[in-house]
Write a protein that binds this ligand. Sequence first.
Ligand code: SF4
Ligand code: SF4
Length: 385
Amino acid sequence: MTPTRVLIDRSGLDALIATLAAQGYRVLGPTLGRDAIVLGDVAGTDDLPVGWTDEQEAGHYRLRRRDDAALFGYVLGPHSFKRFLYPPRQRLWSVSRGSGPDLEVRAEPHDDRPLAFLGVRPCEIAAMRIQERVLTGGEFPDPSYADRYGRAFVVAVQCTEPGGTCFCASMRTGPRAGTDCDLALTELLGPDRHDLLVEVRTPRGEQIVAGLPAREATDADVATANEALARAEASMGRSLDTEGIVELLERNIESPAWGKVADRCLACANCTSVCPTCFCTTVEDTTDLTGQHAERWRRWDSCFNRDFSFIAGSLIRHSTRSRYRQWMTHKLSAWHRQFGTSGCVGCGRCITWCPVGIDITHEVDSIRNHERSASTFHTVGGRYR
Ligand code: SF4
Ligand code: SF4
């Protein structure tokens, strides 16, 4: 029986990646590209952004060199693993006209190769679980998501250095990984050590770890990891006050705060593109010039796009104010009613990648402050327009 917790070094992580690949997985993880940490194929630890970190603030992202060789010394880039489970563009089916009168309709086949996700942050794991509930929990489950997610092998990396826009602690999705992963790693980095504590969470994970060059972790190793995680939890870049948030947003549908944020919002849809839980899509049909072949494609769309609310001949959300309000109230309020969970995991990407630095945590505070000042105004007999 493999111990529940073991220590590996960088060569052990290389062995883990090689083992997953040998078992037929396509291994995907963080890589350096396009001046950011993006997700791509990983054949070994040389493909990871070794010795790099990311500096993040509202509307700000920069890569910086670290003074060590940390393997996971950065937080999150613009990509989430959603792009592999629920691709930005995906053919759903195609239809061809043969020589006879019949049409031949072909469903898009499922991928043969299962996916292995390396370096998944706990907030991302929570996002995958939320998307699973949204996309496969209803009357018409998405079979491709169910297939990809159901077969995926998940290697989490718990966060010991949260980023400037992270607020997973207040959303209760991090910095520790829960049970929705096969293995959970914690990087232990110091002047005289560089190890990865590996916690086995599933029998599948145990089977992979059994073949790795590893040594049993001591109680002191586990305590060191727990201290680092507690420090991370206490030093989040931001926090979001979720107290009564469902009712708060329902009560404040006409708050003046929506107009103020709309004055800054460009309706560019960056926030929805980077969000690991956003799931809005549209479908497009294409035909070849001969009319013999047609395809239906699904691609990511956004509630910030003007035409997204085009229903029965007209738009139902004309203004940026109504679109921002739709996005935020759905994430933080209506999602609870619809799916029994928040639609936000506190990854902070929408804050980092908003070109004008709009911050969802501040916008919730703004709604609260407006409500408080409006009720004060009423109690002194004023009129509020
Ligand atoms: S709303 Fe923002 S912070 Fe929340 S999950 Fe989406 S991108 Fe992350
Ligand atoms: S909140 Fe920011 S990222 Fe989102 S649509 Fe508005 S300007 Fe773009």
